[in-house]
Ligand binder design. Structure first.
Ligand code: 8DG
Ligand code: MG
Length: 130
């Protein structure tokens, strides 16, 4: 079993819209929509990984972010711990820097089925507070 620690950013603008990107067709959870982020590298904190991944994947420099929740999820082939952060201040304009499709969605209109199953509780909490 693989054990992975992931840091992801829920990028939210002043109109309460959230920035999503689509996972590639050849990745785990292929074609699902996600919050940008990825695996912690050795020696990194979740916050450091978050900043690095947001720069690599969506081209922004995160200025301030707050922990939102941590989820443990068992997939068939891996166990993941995901630290979700709300990101509300950044430099630059987010875009799919690795060529991945992107979109902004109103927080109240997020659809849980579009995301990996690990995200269900996070989506429910975001919608409940929208
Ligand atoms: N980024 C992200 N990953 C998620 C979310 N929900 C969820 O279950 N995951 C899972 C999918 C993957 O198994 C893992 C994230 O790994 P990743 O493939 O993005 O890792 P990475 O960016 O470091 O990519 P790589 O270097 O392995 O290509 O977490 C989410 O909302 N965002
Ligand atoms: Mg990633």
């Amino acid at each position: 079993m693989k054990y992975l620690h992931i840091a992801v950013g829920i990028i939210r603008d002043a109109q309460q819209r959230i920035f999503l990107t689509q996972r590639s067709a050849d990745s785990h959870m292929a074609n699902k929509w996600e919050f940008a982020g990825g695996k912690l590298e050795s020696g990194e904190t979740a916050e450091q990984a978050l900043k690095r991944e947001l720069n690599e994947e969506v081209g922004i420099d995160a200025i301030s972010f707050l922990p939102f929740m941590t989820i443990e999820h068992q997939f068939d082939d891996r166990h993941v711990t995901i630290d979700f952060f709300i990101v509300e201040e950044w430099l630059g304009e987010p875009y799919g820097r690795e060529g991945q499709p992107q979109r902004w969605v109103a927080q109240s209109e997020l659809v849980a089925e579009e995301f990996p199953p690990a995200n269900a509780e996070v989506i429910a909490r975001l919608k409940a507070s929208a």
